[in-house]
Design a protein around this ligand. Sequence first.
Ligand code: NDP
Length: 396
Amino acid sequence: VLTRQVCVKKRLAVLFHRQCRLFSTSSRARTIMPAWVIDKYGSNDVLRFTKNASFPVINYPNEVIVKVFAAGLNPLDVSMRGGYGAASLSMMRDPLSIKQSGSEFPLILGRDVSGVIMECGLDVKYFRERDEVWAAIPPWKQGSLAEFVVLSGNEVSHKPKSLSHTEAAAIPYVATTAWSALVNTGGIKKDNCAKKRILILGGSGGVGTFAIQMLKAWGAHVTVTCSQNAELFVRELGADHVVDYTAGPVEEPLSMLEKFDLILDNVGGGTEHWALDLLKPWTGAKYVTLVTPFLQNTDRLGIADGMMKTAATVSTKVIKHLVKGVHYRWGFFAPSGVALDEIREMVDAGQIRPVVEETFNFSQVPQAFEKVEKGHARGKTVVQISKGGDDFAAQL
Ligand SMILES: NC(=O)C1=CN([C@@H]2O[C@H](COP(=O)(O)OP(=O)(O)OC[C@H]3O[C@@H](n4cnc5c(N)ncnc54)[C@H](OP(=O)(O)O)[C@@H]3O)[C@@H](O)[C@H]2O)C=CC1
């Protein structure tokens, strides 16, 4: 009887071990980790540090767990802290990732990560443990203000060798947003961009500073609107022509210029009432705005009505402008390891540099949010999560 019991115990142990390893290449004993979380939506005082956040789990065989060395903050993090997108993002969340609490809380913010792969799902072929990686994290997933984060392998890319983790964390979210807006929606490519006239409304923030550099690397002529005190800054990044929006209505000086092939709008607030007149008509020229009411609509009206309203609004605008010979589009962030692979090459070739405006340590996350919330960004705000991060490459 004793031998049978021992055998059954042994068999159970083996089964449990196999179960643990079903989706991953190594099993771990840890169940908790340090993180900044929110338990409800609100202002900065909802941010809470805990040493007991749930350790991320590989639920699908294409996932990887990344040890976070640095995390980038974006205006979206401030908006999400206040509940922006709660209705739509709840719909997109993976039920397996919220099974424990039954809600999105405790929610971890932070959309950029630079770090090291700690564990790979069994179907992950492109990465190995200890690979240094960077990624933009979709807003429906737990974020990077934590010691570890789980991501799909196709959202992750090898980090540029020429950058520290702190520098690398300044790029992925704004880069994949600019890539999605300019390349996927705007139809701009490396080999069709030369000499195209492109206008960036709002060039001094995260998206603008990346977009200027990428478009210049591809040979475009880039005009930028920004505050007077950012003029030198955007010129150093490559802007050919700069218009100060604080000196008066920008549409007046902009209308004196040769017309544009593409406008990237990072500002919103009624720019579409005049900006589409600055495009070359009947040439396929496009206006792509990143400031859309999509998530506000679904938050306010619910998913079904919000989607209906969104579809009606955007199609009315598309048709209204199509008859004038120009294209009106909404641009959105899209996670993409493939886009980050191409961006890595441009970074390592010295064509794009990170623009880190301010760095905070892990204990200063509330201060980092305050910084982003104040606006007037001149590049990116980065939180260093692990002190060893930037020494890691040297140790390898
Ligand atoms: N649709 C999507 O999926 C996404 C949308 N976005 C949106 O894109 C926008 C830009 O994002 P991001 O670059 O990260 O934001 P940032 O906060 O980093 O930058 C915004 C910049 O715009 C400048 N600015 C403000 N008002 C004007 C104006 N009227 N004309 C010209 N410049 C102006 C600000 O500087 P100053 O005030 O000193 O002039 C600041 O430098 C945000 O509205 C963001 O929400 C971003 C990512 C994804």
